[in-house]
Ligand binder design. Sequence first.
Ligand code: BJ8
Length: 429
Amino acid sequence: MTAINHTSMWETLNLDIPAHDGLLEVLGKFYNDIYLSQEGRLKGMEYLDFVLSEVHGLRIKELQDAKESGKKVIGTFCVFVPEELTLAADAIQVGLCSGADAGTEAAEKIVPRNTCALIKSFVGFKLAKICPYTESCDLVVGETTCDGKKKAYESFAEHVPMYVMEVPQQKNACDRDLWKAEILRFKDELETLTGNKITAERLKEAIKTVNDRRRALQRLNKLRAAVPVPISGRDVLLINQVSFYDDPVRFTTSINTLCDEIESRVQKKQGVAESSVPRLLLSGCPMAVPNWKLPFVIEGSNAVVVGEESCIGTRNTRDLVDESADTVDDMIDAICDRYLKIDCACFTPNTERLENITAMAKDLNVDGVIHYALMFCQPYANEALKVERIMKKEGVPMLSIETDYSMDDLEQLKTRVGAFIEMIGSREN
Ligand code: BJ8
């Protein structure tokens, strides 16, 4: 995908160059078909197109330059890892969970076949030597969320410098104590790794930086309540995906500029689809780059996605860290509280998620919900049944999809999604 030749950098990172070239070729083709073919795209999306075109190029170069200047790079798989602490330790945090099934064969040598595609993808990317982000990491941070990840990290630790945070499974007072202790342990780990002390001043600034990014994404999501919807779901998914590896300050500025453009579209009542086109909420597992399959199917079937209830979506941006604290201790408490609000399906009970989906369906004026679970993901497949019950009560039609990263079920998905959208029918405005 990249126009500039970065081969020597990839060789230094010990990538398998032919396999990596193959991956970029497929990614470029996908991107053309799914993204660049859209009509009436916002000008501000050019920034995202550029970032994506250089996803393994210029951003990796930035990481390498930062490493040469002494900075550390921290890779993560989950929105539970507090980026505020990483930034306050003057390190860089990047998301590693991958959305392609390249490397599956290699992954299945160390994780069982019936493991979700997201886990197989990050394991496979490492074993097949095709991910320059993984190769750039000084530390990879896992977390005890689902069993699949937990056990995969044990094998993964033989291949990368690994650190695992314990995330509680409930939200009682003792769970908060555990979580706070884990945040403090992570802080110590970062300070040791980077040699930098996390001071109150640095932490306050980092909290603001990450909150600013969340605020920009919140602003974007609110604008999608407009009828007609001013931006496609595919484009917003891409924005959320890029938020995990782009420089946070630069990203926030670009998204705010994009929001200015969207606001003017909303005022002029311009949209990416007719007002009569059904508006859908996507809910469930995270969709990591380049997992664009389902939104592409939905938006190719005369519907539009207006919200993503997922970690690569509103679950990652809904709550801010309280900015009023001034001491490191108080800021750690604020971080602890904010992260414990995350409504991941790994928690039991997890009624907040049902409340949040119901609120999103109302706020975004949706005509239906498509619940998305990766195959073999017990937590989200289980909650799909609960979401279905609550949506039924609310009178919102729901379709439950289980899929993976392969294209084998593309036609079947098109048929099911098409039938669901047809059943919803045109919107009355
Ligand atoms: S906070 S959703 S990012 S854990 S799809 S690996 S749950 S078997 S990704 Fe997640 Fe953190 Fe929760 Fe969010 Fe397991 Fe399911 Fe696979 Fe999953």
